[in-house]
Design a protein around this ligand. Structure first.
Ligand SMILES: Cc1cc2nc3c(=O)[nH]c(=O)nc-3n(C[C@H](O)[C@H](O)[C@H](O)COP(=O)(O)OP(=O)(O)OC[C@H]3O[C@@H](n4cnc5c(N)ncnc54)[C@H](O)[C@@H]3O)c2cc1C
Length: 684
C-alpha cells in the first residue's frame, strides 16, 4: 500500500477536553448529526467526511436546460415528502429554504389495467367485489394488527383469496412506489400496507374508500433545490466549527477500544460534477475501481458515527465487527436500481396512462355517484407518479415520476414534450430481463444513476430494526441513516439527530415543543437506542409549539413550508432560473405550445351543468385578459384544489359516513360507524 507522510486529517487529540467525533457520510443523516453536535463547540470537535465531493448523499440536484424544460435544475433522487416530515422542514427553515405543497396524483397501469386515485376506472368497476373485500381486510388487519405485523403482503393477499391480477395490478403497486420498495413489495410486512391506508397521520391512502380503494389526493410537499440547500448547510457547518472533508473515504475501521477509534482514510480524486465514481475499496459497487492507488492514512478519534448504508458499514467495520454487528448489519438487504432521467414523452405515452381518457372512466361504482371525480379529472388529471406492471410478468413493475408535474420549479403549463421524467428500473440482478430501458430514445436521456436501495422486506423488521439498540454506543460507535428504519429523508434526519443526542448533544428546544416532532423522535430513539428521551427544554411555551397541527399534531405548519403551490417557480422566475409563462411560449415556439393547447383541448368537455367550476377549457398558454394562462392555471389549480377538497370531503363523508375537513389531514371518524368500526379512536 502506497503511503504518504502527510496526514489527511489532524491527528492530535484536542487538548481542551472536547470529544473528537468522526461522522462518516454527509447524506441527510450525517449532516443532521454534525449539525446538532456543532451546537456544542465546547463539547465536540466534529469532523464530517464523505467519499464524494458534495453533501447530500442520495439527495442532490442536477442542472437542466432552462430553455428546453422551463427550469434550470431538477431534484434527482429525493423529490418530496409528507407533512409529517417535521425535522426535514425545520432543517429547510434553518437554512432559509421552503418546501411547497402538492396534491399527489398517481397513475397505475395502462389501458385495461389502468386505475388511479383521481377517478374511478373500468378496472376498479371490474374488481368491485375484491375492492370491497380489500376494504374489509384492512379493518381486520387493523383490529388484529399484532398477528399481521411481520406477515409478508404476498401471504396476506393469499389468505384473503385475492385474484392474481388484483393482487399485482391493484394491491401491490399501492405500496411499491413509496419507500422505494419496488419489486420487493410482496415481501414487505402487511402492517405497512394496512397503515398506508388506515393511519390518519402517515397513511398516504387514508381514508380508504370502500368502492375505489383510494380516492384521496394525498397532500404532500415537494422539496427546494437540494444541491443549494446542502451546499449552504455545509457552509453553515464549517462556520460553526465542523471540519468538512469531502472526497475523503473511510476505507476501514482499524481499531475500536477504550482508548478510541482508529480509522484508515483515503483521499479521493474529485469528479467534475462531484459524483466521484466508486473506489477500488468498495467491492459492493459493480463499477468500483477508481483511485486504486490512492494513499491512505490512519487517524484517531474518540467516537465514530457511521452514516453509510448497512452493507457498506459492515464492510467498513472490517475485523473490528462483532458477531452481533455482523448479523444485524448483514441482514439488511439492498437491490440495485437505475433511474433514467429523460424527456422521451413518446416512451411515456406508450407505457403509461399520461392523460385523462374518457373511455377508461366510470361514473358510478356500486350505485354511488362518482361523476364529480370524473369531471374533475377531465381537466385536472396530471399524474406525478406512474407505475406499470410488465405485461410479461405483472408481478414486476417499472416506476416513473413526471418531475414537471411534481416538482415546484417548473412552469405549470410546460408542454408535455418538454416534461422531464425519471423512470426507475428495479432490481438489476433479478429483473433486468424485463426492463424496457432500451426503448428510451438515447438522444432524450439527461442522466442515468445507479442506486443501492433498501428492501423493506419483513426480515428487515425481524433481524435489523429490533436489534439496533444492542449495537448503538458500544465500542464508541453509533449507526445512523434511513436504513435504520424506513428509506425516507425524514428518517435519515431523525437518525442523525438521535446519534448526536446519544453522544450528549441537545435535542432542539423548538422541536421539543413541536409535539409531533418530539413523538417521532422519542419513538425512533426508543426503538433504535432502547432509551426514552426525557424533555429538557426549560420553557414549554415558545417557538415550535405552533408547528404541530392536525391529527396528533402530525401536519407541519412551521417555517420551512409554504401554503402556495409552485411558489418555488415564481421565485425562480424572478431569479431568471425558470421560465415565466410568456418566456415559455416564446422559447419553446408556437409548435410546442400548440401541442400543449391541443392536449388540453383533447380533454373531453364537461357538460355545463357539471358541478365542477374548474372545467372551463382555459388550460392554455396564451395571454388571456392580461394574465398569462399559466397564471390562470395556477389560480385554477388553487381553486380546483379547494374544490376538490370540498367535494372529496363531501364524497368521503357520504361514502364512509364520516366527517372529513380536507385541511390536509382528514380527521378520524367522529363516531364509530359501520365501515370504521374496526378502528379504535386512539389506537395510533
Ligand atoms: C431514487 C430515489 C428516490 C427517493 N425519493 C425520496 C423521496 O422522494 N422522499 C424521501 O423522503 N426519500 C426519498 N428517497 C430516500 C432518501 O433519499 C434516503 O432515505 C435518504 O436520502 C438517505 O440519507 P442517508 O443519509 O441515510 O444516506 P445517504 O444519502 O446514502 O448518505 C450516505 C453517504 O455516505 C457516503 N459514503 C458511503 N461510503 C462512504 C465511505 N466509505 N466513506 C465516506 N463516505 C461514504 C455516501 O457518499 C453518501 O453521501 C429516495 C431515494 C432514492 C434512491
Amino acid at each position: 500500500m502506497k503511503r504518504s507522510n502527510k496526514p489527511l486529517l489532524p491527528t492530535t487529540m484536542p487538548k481542551d477536553g472536547r470529544k473528537k467525533v468522526l461522522v462518516v457520510g454527509a447524506g441527510a443523516a450525517g449532516m443532521a448529526c454534525a449539525h446538532h453536535l456543532a451546537e456544542h463547540r465546547d463539547k465536540f470537535d466534529v469532523t464530517l467526511i464523505d467519499s464524494v465531493d458534495y453533501c447530500g448523499g442520495q439527495a442532490f440536484s442536477i442542472p437542466l436546460d432552462k430553455n428546453k424544460h422551463g427550469a434550470s435544475w431538477l431534484n434527482q433522487g429525493v423529490q418530496g415528502g409528507s407533512y409529517i416530515f417535521h425535522h426535514t422542514m425545520t432543517m429547510f427553515a434553518r437554512q432559509g429554504y421552503q418546501a411547497n405543497p402538492v396534491k399527489l396524483q398517481v397513475a397505475f397501469g395502462k389501458d385495461d389495467t389502468f386505475w388511479t386515485n383521481v377517478y374511478p376506472t373500468k378496472l376498479i368497476e371490474k374488481y368491485q367485489k375484491e375492492v370491497q373485500r380489500f376494504f374489509k381486510m384492512l379493518g381486520i388487519v387493523r383490529a388484529l394488527e399484532v398477528l399481521f405485523v411481520l406477515l409478508p403482503i404476498k401471504y396476506l393477499l393469499k389468505i384473503f383469496r385475492f385474484s392474481y391480477e388484483f393482487a399485482n395490478v391493484v394491491a401491490l403497486p399501492m405500496v411499491a412506489l413509496f419507500l422505494g420498495t419496488g419489486n420487493y413489495t410482496p415481501e414487505v410486512p402487511s402492517v405497512i400496507l394496512e397503515r398506508l391506508c388506515t393511519s390518519p397521520t402517515y397513511g398516504m391512502w387514508y381514508p380508504p374508500d370502500k368502492h375505489s380503494i383510494i380516492s384521496n389526493l394525498p397532500p404532500m410537499v415537494v422539496f427546494p433545490n437540494f444541491g443549494e440547500f446542502y451546499e449552504n448547510w455545509r457552509k453553515s457547518l464549517e462556520a460553526r466549527g465542523v471540519t468538512v472533508r469531502l472526497s475523503t473515504e473511510l476505507v476501514e475501521v482499524v481499531k475500536r477500544d477504550k482508548k478510541g477509534v482508529q480509522v484508515r482514510l483515503m483521499k479521493r480524486t474529485p469528479a467534475e460534477d462531484g459524483h466521484n465514481p466508486s473506489s477500488a475499496e468498495a467491492p459492493e459497487a459493480p463499477t468500483s475501481n477508481a483511485d486504486a492507488n490512492a494513499p491512505k492514512e490512519e487517524e484517531e478519534f474518540d467516537e465514530i458515527v457511521i452514516c453509510t448504508l448497512a452493507d457498506t458499514t459492515k464492510r467498513l467495520l472490517g475485523k473490528t465487527a462483532s458477531l452481533r454487528e455482523r448479523f444485524v448489519l448483514g441482514s439488511a438487504k439492498f437491490a440495485d436500481d437505475i433511474t433514467i432521467t429523460h424527456n422521451d414523452a413518446d416512451y411515456m405515452r406508450k407505457h403509461y396512462q399520461t392523460d385523462f381518457d374518457p373511455s377508461t372512466a366510470v361514473r358510478s361504482l356500486a350505485g354511488t355517484d362518482q361523476s364529480w371525480r370524473v369531471d374533475f379529472a377531465a381537466s385536472n388529471f396530471r399524474p406525478m407518479y406512474l407505475i406499470k406492471p410488465y405485461p410479461a410478468d405483472v408481478s414486476k413493475i417499472e416506476m416513473c415520476f413526471d418531475c414537471t408535474n411534481y416538482q415546484a420549479q417548473f412552469p405549470p403549463s410546460t408542454p408535455y414534450d418538454s416534461h422531464v421524467f425519471q423512470t426507475i428500473f428495479l432490481n438489476k440482478d433479478r429483473d433486468r430481463g424485463l426492463w424496457t430501458d432500451d426503448e428510451i430514445d438515447p438522444s432524450k436521456i439527461i442522466r442515468k444513476d445507479w442506486w443501492h436501495q433498501l428492501c423493506h422486506g419483513w426480515t428487515h423488521y425481524a433481524k435489523v430494526v429490533p436489534w439496533l439498540w444492542a449495537l448503538q454506543g458500544r465500542r464508541r460507535t453509533r449507526f445512523a441513516g434511513s436504513w435504520t428504519l424506513v428509506n425516507a429523508h425524514e428518517t435519515a434526519v431523525i437518525s442523525g439527530i438521535a446519534a448526536a443526542v446519544d453522544l450528549g448533544a441537545a435535542y432542539p428546544e423548538d422541536l421539543e415543543r413541536d409535539r409531533w416532532a418530539l413523538l417521532a423522535f422519542r419513538c425512533y430513539y426508543a426503538l433504535v437506542y432502547g432509551k426514552w428521551y426525557r424533555r429538557k427544554a426549560k420553557e414549554q411555551k415558545g417557538e415550535g409549539e405552533e408547528w404541530a397541527s392536525g391529527v396528533y399534531g402530525s401536519v407541519y405548519k412551521g417555517p420551512g413550508v409554504v401554503d402556495e403551490e409552485r411558489k418555488i417557480w415564481r421565485s425562480e422566475v424572478e431569479k431568471g432560473r425558470s421560465l415565466s409563462e410568456e418566456e415559455l411560449s416564446r422559447m419553446l415556439g408556437s409548435d410546442n405550445m400548440k401541442q400543449a393547447e391541443t392536449r388540453a383541448d383533447d380533454a373531453p368537455k364537461v357538460p355545463a351543468e357539471s358541478s365542477n367550476p374548474t372545467t372551463n377549457g382555459q388550460n392554455k398558454s396564451s395571454i388571456v385578459n392580461g394574465k398569462s394562462a399559466g397564471q390562470d392555471r395556477v389560480s385554477e389549480k388553487k381553486d380546483s384544489a379547494q374544490f376538490q377538497d370540498r367535494d372529496r370531503d363531501d364524497a368521503v363523508s357520504k361514502l364512509h359516513g364520516i366527517k372529513v375537513n380536507g385541511n390536509g389531514a382528514p380527521p378520524r371518524p367522529s363516531a364509530p360507524v359501520e365501515q370504521w368500526s374496526f378502528y379504535g379512536a386512539e389506537d395510533e
